[in-house]
Write a protein that binds this ligand. Structure first.
Ligand SMILES: Nc1ncnc2c1ncn2[C@@H]1O[C@H](COP(=O)(O)OP(=O)(O)OP(=O)(O)O)[C@@H](O)[C@H]1O
Ligand SMILES: [Mg+2]
Length: 344
């Protein structure tokens, strides 16, 4: 499955006009490189963690990689950042290829791993000064850069504390400052808000948004609202495959592009009414609920462009079935995420 500009994938539907509706407000960020991921597969022994994923990431995009536990988010990010070799497929960042130019790609990417390995006994200031040295920042510029990052990541008040004394949120910010040290054009953040309290979540989100004005940011999360609040584009992965990809606003529209009609009937059987309703124009799918004595519960998944209620009601009336419930509900993005990523 190949996606990129002008194409969005939602479940098994491809929307070719998808991203055209959103003006490419990132074109001015010309100095940034595009990221091309083609047919990427990563296996650990028999486990296929990433399965034939293709993705083009635009310059300056803030992309949320969303998926449940074990979906393959961390593995995708590790391969993208050059920390794990791909089993198959290619990744290019601008002109650089991940297999032959690993060091150049690592130099372009700032990476905040899932659990950032920090030196617990060091003071925050000393730690960041060391990172600055390792990143090749000249001695005369180190202090200014560390101060700058302390301000961006709101670390000023903890600069002279030991890392082990910090709360998780502050440790995460130190990791973020580390990732941003050499002013990389791409930031890759693996669950940057995991385990933080709501205030800290909002603060980290604000930092991501701010940084995203000038950089390409790719971050993983399994929290849908987080991706909605922060990203230009959301890619949902499940079992190593992309199951949805599109501009955030668009996925929301597509999510509300379907609705569910819930009905409860008497005087018929599941098999009979399932067949009858499946034939109605505008009905994509008919699911049945938990059986109750003498009653049939159905959920009709319907196209938002078609109001199927008159046709469905006419059928019920003509067949002389008893109508106990009849209720239309819109699908939220959350429902869609759950449907796309549920186990079976
Ligand atoms: N080092 C490893 N060795 C073997 N299997 C691994 C390894 N790392 C990950 N896996 C497996 O690969 C799959 C994808 O894992 P990954 O860590 O990429 O998922 P994730 O989306 O980041 O999950 P989470 O939300 O829990 O962080 C899982 O089935 C996991 O068990
Ligand atoms: Mg992970």
């Amino acid at each position: 499955m190949k996606t990129g500009r002008g194409k969005a994938v939602f479940g098994n539907q491809v929307f070719s006009a998808a991203l055209k509706t959103q003006p490419n407000r990132n074109l001015w960020k010309k100095e940034l490189d595009m990221i091309h991921i083609e047919h990427l597969t990563k296996r650990y022994g028999d486990t296929v963690a990433v399965n034939d994923v293709s993705l083009d990431i635009e310059k300056g995009e803030v992309l949320g990689l969303l998926g449940p536990n074990g979906a393959g988010k961390t593995t995708t990010l590790r391969v993208l950042t050059g920390y794990l070799p791909p089993t198959d497929g290619t990744i290019r960042v601008g002109e650089n290829d991940i297999r032959s130019d690993t060091l150049s790609i690592k130099g372009k990417i700032g990476y905040l791993p899932e659990s950032a390995p920090l030196y617990q006994n060091m003071l925050v200031y000393d730690y960041l000064m060391d990172v600055a040295a390792i990143r090749g920042i000249t001695p005369d510029r180190r202090m200014a850069r560390v101060r700058e990052l302390a301000s961006i990541c709101a670390l000023e008040n903890v600069m002279h504390k030991a890392i082990h004394e910090l709360s998780k949120g502050y440790r995460q910010r130190v990791g973020l400052a580390h990732a941003m040290m050499s002013d990389p054009e791409i930031l890759v953040l693996d669950e940057p808000t995991s385990g933080l309290d709501p205030n800290q979540i909002i603060e980290i989100r604000e930092i991501i948004k701010e940084v995203g004005k000038e950089k390409t940011v790719i971050f993983s999360t399994h929290i849908l609202s987080e991706a909605e609040a922060t990203c230009d584009r959301i890619v949902i992965i499940h079992k190593g495959k992309i199951v949805a990809d599109g501009a955030t606003e668009e996925l929301k529209q597509q999510a509300s592009g379907r609705y569910t009609l819930s009905i409860k009937l008497t005087g018929t059987t599941e098999a009979v009414c399932k067949d009858v309703f499946r034939a109605v124009t505008g009905v994509f799918e008919v699911k049945t609920g938990a059986p109750e004595e003498g009653q049939v519960s159905l959920q009709l998944s319907c196209d938002a462009a078609t109001d199927v209620r008159p046709s469905v009601y006419r059928i019920i009336r003509d067949k002389d079935w008893g109508l106990l419930e009849f209720h239309r509900e819109s699908r939220s993005l959350e429902t869609v995420f759950r449907e796309l990523t549920k186990e079976n």
